[in-house]
Design a protein around this ligand. Structure first.
Ligand code: ADP
Ligand code: MG
Length: 712
């Protein structure tokens, strides 16, 4: 008999990629020349031969139909931040009692969804609704299974009739090209492996999320509408005991996680870790890193899968950055690096780091990029949800700085002073007990408070929000680093010409590095990012501190940003503008929805419950006094309670007043919301949360934090 303990990994191995039209599947099923021709498109960006498309389509259709697919969809990522699909049937009746298959090369390569229903941020007027989806052959097609139905999903890019990018994928791909072009110049100077033809960016996003019981979820209109609690008094036990982090996973949650893993394995998402996070009810799931745009496609699938599968287990997955006040929020740590197409990680420092000039150049390119564009990095992760998280004492501060760790900081110090001569080593850690092994120690400790940390052989951008698509932050990262590499390569080429001797290159590179360190070391900070001292120090160093989204938004449309994207062919001015408008409008809409939801809950649920409780107290006073018993205590609590009710009602009126405000200029509207609506929301929440503490539990209309966070 098979050992059930053993069978699990084997089962997952068999499942991995089973529902993707993978390279292996294409190789197995396509005629040799067709496969070869397709590879030229996938790996080298050569134009697709229409005949090849027809054959690929027929083969893909057979593969999908054999696996139970009835429909196909072009799967794309419009600027809503989520994914979109429009299903077409793969088969239809032929009118003679049989069926015909409808899936040609044209169906595979191009689609035309009605683009007018997606946000374009002013790129098109509604009457100019044409938008096309175009097959991205570099990202494998897959089957999406739900409720017994299987749909063939074809990853596509989404573009307008006049060629403007209406999605998040096109700019990401363009930014990867830009970075590759520049990075190849450095590699060429160093004359390494001649088989390298491209540099790709690699991304591994770690996803944090909360789980709550589904029934409780539906009894909270704020969770249903806004995915975050707008009310809720702190429970006596939150995360003070820190007993949830890495703790044992509850059985229902484990069953959910296993199913998520199984589904994601089927569509080829290479999952790696799962564990409890810091807050009660909070978890994390992380895949292995992949090429940036594939990692992004898989990240979108991962978020959808978490939501879909949770539902089947009587749970709801909350991906919001801050579903609960008072406990940690959720982020998405975006691990990022650059690698050759032969698989060499360009940010791997290797043993004798101080002598690894090529690595130091790429490292300093990132340092320079983050220093010069800290404001843009901050702005690209600005959102209503992330406003609750950044800068709070649990998430990265809004000041963007880089953690390099002791070893690299020491080498950069040496570079600044002269020729670097040593690499500090971690040595080994003696655990002081003979039965335990000596373990190698990393050369530096981790720093959890940095928004942008070097973690051994990659950077980890930790300020990304848990609901965000990683496409945009990585588009920004790739572009700013491409610019820095461009500047560095130009300088080097000027100094040494096209085919330098190693010695000449070394001297020139050290001079360039020295200047880079001098100019940009201010952005490096290894200390505690939460400390007040750092805020003062950062201000002294001239680092921007864009405390909230509204302060960061203008960066998205600044001349500096527009010029940068234009220069590297990533976004035109119109495309940048559209992203600015969509981001700000989304923020305004979210806040308005939250404000309105709050007002409704207060008006129709909380205040009526409070009045009931007040009546209870008033009746108690009447009855007690009627019975001739003195009850000044109860009178006093009635008075206090009635006052709290009055305060809440006034706060509600205040909020309702602020909700009347409208504006055609979305940035002005956002500023108004920040100045007036948000404080009104805070005030209403304050008094209503106080009411929760005094109202009889059986009268309180909303599931409490204790129930939401601990009933799993
Ligand atoms: P840590 O525990 O330090 O956060 P892990 O090694 O568990 O690091 O990796 C976290 C994430 O970083 C994973 O998704 C992993 O695949 C990803 N990662 C590792 N190496 C790279 C790389 N070269 N480029 C991008 N992401 C990477
Ligand atoms: Mg990590």
């Amino acid at each position: 008999m098979q050992d059930p303990q053993l069978s699990e990994p084997f089962r997952l191995e068999a499942l991995y990629g089973a529902d993707t039209f993978s390279r292996q599947m294409m190789q197995k099923r396509l005629p040799k020349q067709v496969y070869r021709s397709l590879l030229k498109t996938i790996d080298h960006g050569e134009p697709l031969d229409p005949q090849v498309a027809d054959i690929v389509a027929a083969t893909m259709k057979d593969w999908a139909v054999e696996r139970g697919a009835t429909h196909y969809t072009h799967w794309f990522q419009p600027l809503t931040g989520s994914t979109a699909e429009k299903h077409d049937s793969l088969v239809s009746p032929d009118g003679q009692g049989g069926v015909i298959y409808n899936f040609s090369g044209v169906d595979l390569v191009q689609g035309e969804p009605d683009a007018s229903s997606f946000p374009s941020g002013g790129l098109r007027a509604t009457f100019e609704a044409r938008g096309y989806t175009a097959w991205d052959p570099t990202s494998p097609a897959f089957l999406l299974r739900n409720g017994g139905a299987a749909t063939l999903c074809i990853p596509t890019a989404f573009v307008s009739w006049n060629g403007e990018a209406l999605d998040t994928k096109i700019p990401l791909l363009r930014s990867m090209e830009a970075l590759s072009r520049q990075a190849m110049r450095i590699l060429k100077l160093f004359g390494g492996d001649t088989n390298v033809s491209r540099v790709v960016t690699t991304v591994g996003p770690e996803q944090e999320y909360f789980l709550v019981d589904k029934e409780l979820f539906y009894r909270r209109p704020d969770l249903v509408t806004c995915e975050r609690t707008l009310f809720g008094a702190r429970p006596p036990k939150g995360q003070q005991l820190e007993d949830h982090y890495f703790g044992a996973i509850p059985p229902r949650v484990l069953a959910f996680m296993s199913e998520v893993e199984e589904e994601l394995y089927r569509v080829g998402v290479p999952l790696k870790t799962r564990h409890n996070e810091v807050a009660p009810g909070q978890y994390e799931i992380a895949p292995l890193f992949e090429t940036a745009h594939i990692a992004n496609d898989h990240q979108m699938l991962l978020m959808e899968t978490l939501r879909r599968v949770a539902d089947r287990h009587g749970l709801k997955a909350l991906l919001h950055e801050k579903p609960f006040a008072g406990v940690n929020g959720s982020g998405k740590h975006n691990n990022w690096s650059m690698s050759t197409d032969t698989g060499v990680n360009l940010l791997d420092p290797q043993d004798e780091t101080h002598g690894n000039t090529q690595f130091l150049l790429f490292l300093c390119a990132v340092v320079r990029a983050v220093d010069l564009h800290a404001d843009l990095l901050r702005a690209c992760i600005a959102s209503a949800g992330n406003d609750h998280r950044l800068g709070a004492n649990e998430a990265p501060p809004a000041i963007i700085s880089i953690f390099l760790g002791e070893m690299l900081s020491d080498i950069l110090d040496q570079v600044e002073k002269g020729i670097p001569k040593r690499t500090i080593r971690g040595g080994t850690l003696d655990l002081g007990a003979r039965t335990l092994p000596q373990i190698p120690r990393d050369s530096g400790d981790r720093n959890r408070t940095s928004p942008f940390a070097f973690t051994g052989n990659k950077f980890e951008f930790r300020a990304v929000g848990s609901t965000h698509s990683v496409a945009w932050p990585n588009t920004v990262l790739n572009t700013i680093v491409a610019e820095s590499i461009d500047v560095i390569a130009t300088e080097l080429e000027k100094k040494v010409g096209a085919n330098p001797t190693p010695a000449k290159l070394q001297t020139a590179a050290l001079a360039v590095l020295k200047q880079l360190v001098k100019n940009h070391k201010r952005v490096c900070f290894n200390g505690d990012g939460y400390a007040d001292d750092w805020h003062k120090e950062a201000a002294k160093r001239g680092l921007p501190n864009l405390v909230d989204s509204v302060s960061a938004f203008p960066v998205l449309k600044s001349k500096k940003t527009v010029d940068l994207f234009k220069k590297y062919g990533v976004l035109s001015k119109a495309e940048v503008d559209s992203r600015f408008h969509i981001t700000v409008e989304k923020w305004v809409k979210q806040l308005t929805i939250e404000g309105e939801t709050m007002a409704t809950i207060a008006r129709t649920m909380i205040l009526p419950a409070a009045i009931r409780h007040q009546t209870l107290l008033a009746n108690a006073v009447c009855a007690t006094e009627g019975a001739g018993v003195e009850c000044t205590d109860t009178v006093e609590s009635l008075e206090n309670f009635a006052q709290l009710v009055a305060t809440s009602r006034r706060a509600l009126l205040g909020l309702e007043g602020e909700l009347m405000h409208e504006s055609d200029d979305s940035l002005k509207h956002a500023e108004q919301i920040k100045a007036k609506l948000i404080p009104a929301m805070v005030a209403l929440r304050g008094s209503c949360d106080a009411l929760e503490l005094y109202t009889a539990a059986d009268l309180w209309p909303l599931p409490t934090y204790r129930e939401l966070l601990f009933l799993q």
